[in-house]
Design a protein around this ligand. Structure first.
Ligand code: PEP
Ligand code: MG
Length: 584
């Protein structure tokens, strides 16, 4: 049994498909002279197959997801066409009698050595694309040699980290689970797995050394552990859990048209967190009543330079059109921390990136960019007079920032009106993720229409424990008593002033945390689309009075372990059928 971080709940069993396997132990045996021609041919065949893949993916993603998302596959085809790429491989096969896999491995090593020296973030990002292409060609070399066992049956994807193109293309395979060596709750793999409801575990050390393609592998996304080739007894136990998980998912999917309400009839708002149009469609399919958080940074991360106002307007308009009830909360750029965008001058390393130049702090220093984004959002929202569009700003820390943001919005209304655009005024919200703002929330409420608690960041800042560092994940816990006190303080302050308040951090979709937030007075929640059905079900099994009494007990606890133990028992009592969906 190997331990990691539970990033997406549920249990899955399948055949391991190790994406980076070839690079762990490349075959270094030199070719015989008589083998060279055949090796060149198998490299060419693998390259052709990779090109065909990329062409098909570009077409498919263009049609089903969007033109912008598809451009990554065009870039990958360009890399494959580059003569420098193929000439080196051919040369090493012929001159140095290397097999094609080892030659690709060497090429990746060379590119990594060159690119990792550069300080330019854009160039460093390009290394990801090159790595992606090399892995794709390599996997075709393996396919031709090790038959089709790799792509059969339910698959558990095993990788160091899931690369962007692999994440987008996941839909092509029968993927039931994901395991990564690197990564965290907020990595690409985690976000994609959660939005598709696929069990996943990240941060499993040395995984690539312990598993090979074709092994049977179990992913337990509740406990955050993985078992390779389990014995018959263990396999039978996991099969039972897996069946329960699938049955539950199928059963819950039927509640999409039901109202979200508690056992005592209190209505709730369950919304979804999305990164793009396909997530917006998933949110509608899962029965979310709107979008509580659209993270616009993915738009910028998939562009190599700044999209202009019209391009942004079109993307936001498509998102609003695809969203349930055209009800969308659009968050302005939240870049910095672990995500960088080179064209906004983010090409240097900071000592403390999460406490540095990120979110609105960065946007304020690029007023032209910031004003453009705000105008594009207002224009898109104005196209849907029947919907509710909100604009929300990340990492708000001070009252002065709120005043400045309000005046920027007023300016956007004025500019657009002067351009003869009929403007619809947006609800204006702040994300509450900085402890300073949490403590003095009462001084900010008259400046906002709503508050959305970003618990992912709030927890890391309160506990001084990086949300992406597995070494301190025991501290970065949303159920820690100090975190619960701060949440209760903020929710109470908002409710007393009748300011709508939501939680859009990951905890909103987790059963234990959901019960506590409900008992603290929260009525609006935003989560990964896949969690909406289970939280709707859980809500229907508890009354407000019961949730309040749970909170009254929990607020007396001094340790996270006490809270978790008590809450595990509560979930077992209130909704034993849903326990499988919570992580430990
Ligand atoms: C949060 O911090 O809780 C949040 C929802 O924002 P993000 O995860 O994008 O930082
Ligand atoms: Mg955040």
């Amino acid at each position: 049994m190997r331990r990691g971080i539970a990033v997406s709940p549920g249990v899955a069993i399948g055949t391991a498909y190790v994406i980076h396997e070839i690079f762990v132990n490349p075959d270094t045996k030199r070719l015989e002279d008589t083998e060279i021609t055949a090796e060149l041919a198998s490299y060419e065949t693998a390259r052709d197959k990779a090109t065909a893949d990329l062409r098909a993916l570009e077409k498919k993603v263009d049609a089903q997801v969007g033109h912008d998302e598809a451009t990554i596959f065009a870039v990958h085809q360009q890399i494959l066409r580059d003569p420098a790429f193929t000439n080196k491989i051919r040369n090493w096969i012929v001159e140095e009698k290397m097999n094609a896999g080892a030659a690709l491995h060497r090429l990746l090593g060379e590119y990594t050595a060159i690119f990792s020296k550069t300080k330019d973030a854009y160039l460093r990002e390009k290394l990801d694309d090159i790595r992606d292409v090399i892995i794709r060609v390599s996997s075709h070399l393996k396919h031709s040699k090790s038959a089709d066992k790799m792509v059969e049956g339910p698959l558990i994807l095993v990788a160091d980290e899931l690369l962007p193109s692999q994440a987008v293309a996941l839909g092509d395979f029968d993927v039931h689970g994901i395991v990564t060596q690197a990564g965290s709750q907020t990595s690409h793999a985690a976000i994609i797995a959660r939005s598709r409801g696929i069990p996943a575990v990240s941060g499993v050390k040395n995984m690539l050394r312990k598993v090979k393609t074709g092994d049977t592998i179990v992913v337990d996304g509740r406990a955050g552990c993985v078992e390779v080739n389990p014995n018959a007894e263990s396999l039978a136990a996991f099969r039972k859990l897996e069946r329960e998980f699938f049955d539950l998912r199928d059963q819950l999917a039927t509640n999409r048209d039901e109202k979200a309400q508690t056992k005592c009839g209190t209505e709730l708002r369950l919304e979804a967190n999305i990164n793009g149009v396909s997530d917006a469609k998933a949110a509608a399919a899962m029965g979310a009543s709107g979008i509580g958080l659209y993270r616009t940074e993915y738009l910028y991360l998939t562009h190599s330079d700044l999209p202009d106002e019209d391009e942004q307007y079109e993307v936001y308009r498509d998102i609003i059109a695809a969203s349930p009830n055209h009800n969308v909360t659009i968050r302005t750029l939240d870049i910095g921390g672990d995500k960088t965008v080179a064209y906004l001058g983010h090409d240097h390393k900071e000592a403390n990136p999460f406490m540095g130049w990120r979110s609105i702090r960065l946007s304020f220093e690029h007023p032209e960019f910031f004003n453009t984004q705000i105008r594009a959002i207002v224009r898109a929202a104005s196209e849907f007079p029947q919907g509710t569009a909100r604009i929300m700003f990340p990492m708000v820390t001070t009252v002065e920032e709120l005043r400045k943001l309000r005046s920027m919005i007023r300016k956007a209304y004025k500019t657009l009106t002067a351009r003869d655009i009929k403007v619809k005024e947006l609800l204006f919200g702040m994300m509450l993720e900085v402890p300073a703002a949490a403590i003095s929330i009462d001084t900010m409420l008259d400046l906002v229409d709503f508050v959305s608690i970003g618990s992912n960041d709030l927890v890391q800042y309160l506990m001084a424990a990086d949300r992406d560092n597995p070494k301190v994940s025991h501290l970065c816990q949303p159920l820690a008593p100090p975190v619960l006190r701060v949440l209760k303080h903020v929710i109470t302050a908002c409710n007393e002033s009748r300011t709508p308040v939501t939680v859009c951090g990951e905890m909103a979709g987790k059963p234990k945390a959901f019960l506590l937030l409900l008992g603290m007075g929260l009525r609006r929640f935003s989560m990964s689309p896949a969690f909406v059905p289970s939280i709707k079900q859980l809500a229907s099994q508890i009354s407000i009075e019961e949730a309040e009494s749970i909170v009254a007990t929990v607020m007396k606890f001094k340790t996270t372990a006490q809270v978790k133990k008590y809450m595990t028992r509560q979930i077992e009592q209130v909704a034993p059928n849903l326990a499988i969906l919570d992580s430990n």
